[in-house]
Unconditional design. Structure first.
Length: 400
C-alpha cells in the first residue's frame, strides 16, 4: 500500500501489506500559502506535500518487481493519492493548466437558502470565511482543483503504461475510485462536511477488466461503495466473506443488466450534537472540529433523495428536476407522502446494516467473529469468550 490509510487499523498495517509507505498529509494546514479554506496556489516541487509522483514511482517499482519475481504469484497494489484534496494546490504545469476565467461556477454558489438548509452548512461557511470568497477566488480554486485531478490522471496513466510495457495490462484488473467528493463552491462551501449533496456522496468509479468485457459500458443503476469489494473479489475468483454486506455486480455487468439497487444508503457525522452556533473568532481552513459533528443518514430511491439528521434540518430533493439540490422540499406540504415513504425506507435500511442472511448459526468458516452480534462480543461475560473458543457464537451462548 502506498499513500493514505483510511481503512485499516494503523498498528496492523504491517501485517496486512508486504510493502508499505503510509503517509497522510492532512489538509496542508502548515503550508504558509494556505490562508483560507478556498486558497489556491502553486505547490513547490520540493514541498513535503508534493507526493503524487513519489507514490506512483513506488507502485510501479513494486509491480515491476512482482512481475519479475520467480514466485509466479499475483500481486495486489493499492495506491491512495492525497490529490485531489484541500488545499487547492498542485505543481506546475498543472497549476496553470486550466484557465480560471473559463470555469463555470456552480449554480448554488450563491443561489441557496440558508434557512432551509441544515444549520451545519452556515456554521461551516462562517468558520471557513466564505463571505470573503469572491467569484474570482472560487474560479481559481476550481481551476486548480482540475489541475490536481489531471495530475492524478497522468500518474494513473504512468502505471497503466508500466503494465503495458511489462505485458501485464491484460492480466490485471484495475479499479479506480474515490472515498468522497468535494463541495468546491456548491452551496457556497468548500471541502466536505457531514452532508449528502451529490458533489460529496456521488463518487467516480472505473473498472477495467483484463479481457475488456465491460469496455464502453456505463452502469446506470444505483450502487454503493460497499459493492466494490465484492465485485472485485468475484471478478478475481476469490470467495466473498459473509462479513461483507455489499453486492457483487459481476454477473449484472456480464449480462449488461444495469438496473442497480432499489435504494442506496449513506451515513456521515460524528456522534455528538451538531454545532449550530458559529464560534466567534474561530477560522478554519479545513473541516476540523466542530464541523464534522452531528450524525445523519441519506437514502436515495430513483430520482428522490432524503437526508435526515439527529438534530438538524432535513432535506428532500428530486435530483432529476433539481440536479443542483437547491429546492429543499422536506417541509413542503405537497411532498409529505414522499417524505414519509422515504423516511420509512431509510429507517429500515439503517436497521438492516448488520443483517447477514446466513441462517441461524454463524458459519465458523467465515471467521471467529459473528458480526451480527459484534457488540455482544465486546461485553459478553457468560460462557466461553471468543478469544479462547473459536466456535463461540452469541446466538448459542447468549440468551436472546
Amino acid at each position: 500500500m502506498f499513500g493514505k490509510n483510511h481503512l485499516f487499523t494503523y498498528e496492523k498495517l504491517d501485517q496486512v501489506w508486504d510493502e508499505l509507505d503510509e503517509i497522510c498529509l492532512g489538509n496542508y494546514d502548515a503550508h504558509p500559502k494556505y490562508k483560507k479554506a478556498y486558497s489556491a496556489f502553486e505547490l513547490e516541487t520540493n514541498s513535503e506535500y508534493n507526493i503524487t509522483e513519489r507514490l506512483t514511482d513506488e507502485t510501479i517499482d513494486f509491480m515491476n518487481r512482482s512481475v519479475a519475481s520467480d514466485t509466479d504469484q499475483p500481486f495486489f497494489a493499492w495506491v491512495n493519492y492525497q490529490d485531489p484534496h484541500p488545499a487547492f494546490t498542485c505543481p506546475q504545469p498543472y497549476k496553470d493548466l486550466f484557465d480560471p476565467q473559463s470555469v463555470e461556477l456552480p449554480k448554488s454558489f450563491t443561489n441557496y437558502d440558508a434557512e432551509k438548509q441544515p444549520i451545519r452548512n452556515e456554521t461551516w461557511r462562517r468558520h471557513s470565511q466564505m463571505e470573503s470568497c469572491s467569484e474570482g477566488n472560487m474560479r481559481e480554486a476550481i481551476a486548480t482543483y482540475m489541475g490536481q485531478i489531471r495530475l492524478v490522471d497522468d500518474n494513473v496513466g504512468r502505471m497503466l503504461d508500466s503494465l503495458e510495457e511489462s505485458g501485464e495490462i491484460d492480466n490485471t484488473l484495475i479499479l479506480f475510485f474515490s472515498d468522497h467528493g468535494e463541495l468546491i463552491g456548491d452551496h457556497g462551501m468548500t471541502h466536505k462536511i457531514p452532508a449528502f449533496y451529490d458533489s460529496l456522496a456521488r463518487i467516480p468509479v472505473i473498472i477495467r477488466h483484463p479481457d475488456g468485457r465491460w469496455a464502453g459500458s456505463t452502469f446506470e443503476g444505483l450502487t454503493e461503495e460497499i459493492d466494490l469489494a465484492p465485485t472485485l473479489l468475484e471478478s478475481l475468483g476469490v470467495h466473498i466473506p459473509m462479513t461483507m454486506v455489499g453486492k457483487s455486480w459481476k454477473s449484472d455487468l456480464d449480462q449488461g443488466y444495469h438496473a442497480g439497487k432499489e435504494t442506496i444508503l449513506c451515513e456521515a457525522g460524528g456522534g455528538a450534537p451538531t454545532w449550530k452556533d458559529p464560534i466567534e473568532g474561530l477560522t478554519l481552513n479545513a473541516p476540523h472540529l466542530p464541523t464534522s459533528l452531528g450524525p445523519g443518514a441519506m437514502l436515495r430511491k430513483g430520482d428522490w433523495k432524503i437526508s435526515i439528521y439527529h438534530d438538524d434540518r432535513g432535506e428532500l430533493y428530486n435530483v432529476k428536476t433539481d440536479p443542483d439540490e437547491i429546492d429543499n422540499l422536506y417541509e413542503s406540504d405537497d411532498h409529505m407522502s414522499k417524505r414519509e415513504e422515504l423516511t420509512l425506507l431509510l429507517t429500515k435500511r439503517l436497521l438492516g446494516v448488520k443483517v447477514r442472511d446466513v441462517g441461524m448459526r454463524w458459519p465458523t468458516t467465515e471467521g471467529n467473529v459473528d458480526v451480527r452480534f459484534e457488540s455482544l462480543h465486546k461485553i459478553a461475560t457468560c460462557g466461553d469468550k471468543p478469544e479462547t473458543n473459536p466456535t463461540f457464537s452469541p446466538a448459542k451462548h447468549l440468551p436472546l
